[in-house]
Design a binder for this molecule. Structure first.
Ligand code: NAD
Length: 296
């Protein structure tokens, strides 16, 4: 059993840290918002007040924060992981960030004698709560093997996809597919409702055919009930679409659907929906169609 530091105990990090604690590891959690450590403490873990406290004595350091600058601050910032962690510690970054940033951080980690893998996840809050996440891992085969038992504790589909950065590249593709799916589902829901078709049976039959998807299963109720508490915030998907469109452009690719979806996510955010779940792309469809009920 290992000593694990878990940094970032938000919607995803909190249940993941709890699973690791419940598996018999000793988990110390740190979040800028101390109340986010409550569930870990209830599970028998410890809440600490700094990164240095969290990584003291830890052989594994897990990170689950929102974006590239947060990961850079946590790892390479003053009194961050690189300055304070135990020699040789295995750093597992679960956050979804820019592939080039994780590559640079992996280089810095190696220079300081640490091991770092990028291990972004997919499966949403239910995936984190049920320990059924898909985890796409970039890093060396040795570091992947060392991390695998911990990844298996929080995920179901754990795949080594390449060297450092490859996990983030796969995650970026994931976010394109998910957002495009959500937008299509949102347009379908608004379309079905406009024709007075009962949504439940319609989505049941769609879900059984080629239109079925994890997005449909996980988001249909939220859309039907206009219940958009996150889940996965539109602000974060905006970040991910930025990563995708920038990386696609740098590769010289033309990805028109991706660009359009990125704009629609940006529009949702510009209209004040950034704090809502990404299923609230439905509100953008209604906004464009002139049917948005502002009370919802
Ligand atoms: P969140 O905002 O709920 O949690 C992030 C946590 O990090 C917050 O509690 C915040 O206080 C903490 N934090 C930020 N900077 C910190 C720092 N310097 N030190 C310590 N704590 C810090 O976000 P989330 O939904 O849990 O997402 C986390 C990451 O996982 C993001 O990269 C996101 O894109 C990705 N992700 C989220 C989901 C989802 O469904 N929510 C699914 C897959 C991947």
């Amino acid at each position: 059993m290992s000593n694990i530091a878990f940094i970032g105990l938000g919607i995803m990090g909190s249940p993941m840290a709890v699973h690791l604690q419940n598996a018999g590891h000793t988990v110390k959690g740190f979040d800028l918002n101390p109340s986010n450590a409550q569930k870990l403490v209830d599970a028998g873990g410890r809440a600490v007040t700094s990164i240095a406290d969290a990584v003291r004595g830890a052989d594994v350091v897990a990170v689950m924060v929102p974006d590239s600058p947060h990961v850079q601050a946590v790892l390479a910032g003053e009194k961050g992981v690189f300055e304070t962690a135990e020699p040789g510690a295995l750093i597992i970054d679960f956050s979804s960030i820019r592939p080039d940033v994780t590559q640079e951080l992996a280089k810095q980690a190696a220079e300081r004698g640490f091991r770092l893998i990028d291990a972004p996840v997919s499966g949403g809050e239910p995936g984190a709560v049920n320990a059924t996440l898909s985890i796409m891992v970039g890093g060396s085969a040795e570091d992947f093997a060392a991390a695998k038992p911990f990844l298996d504790t929080v995920g179901k589909t754990v795949v080594h996809v390449g060297t450092n950065g490859a996990g983030q590249t796969v995650k970026s593709a994931n976010q394109l597919i998910v957002a495009t799916n959500i937008q299509a589902l949102a347009e379908a829901v608004v379309f079905l409702e406009a024709y007075g078709v009962e949504l439940g049976p319609a989505l049941d039959v769609l879900g059984g055919g080629l239109a079925g998807s994890a997005v449909l299963n996980q988001k249909r109720e939220k859309m039907a009930n206009r219940e958009f508490a996150p889940g996965f915030r539109i602000d974060l998907h905006h970040k991910d679409m930025g990563i995708f469109t920038t990386a696609a452009r740098e590769a010289g690719l033309v990805t028109p659907a991706g660009s359009l979806i990125a704009q629609l996510v940006a529009s949702a955010r510009a209209n004040g929906d950034g704090h809502l779940d990404h299923s609230a792309l439905l509100r953008g469809v209604e906004r464009l169609s002139g049917t948005l009920n502002k009370e919802n």
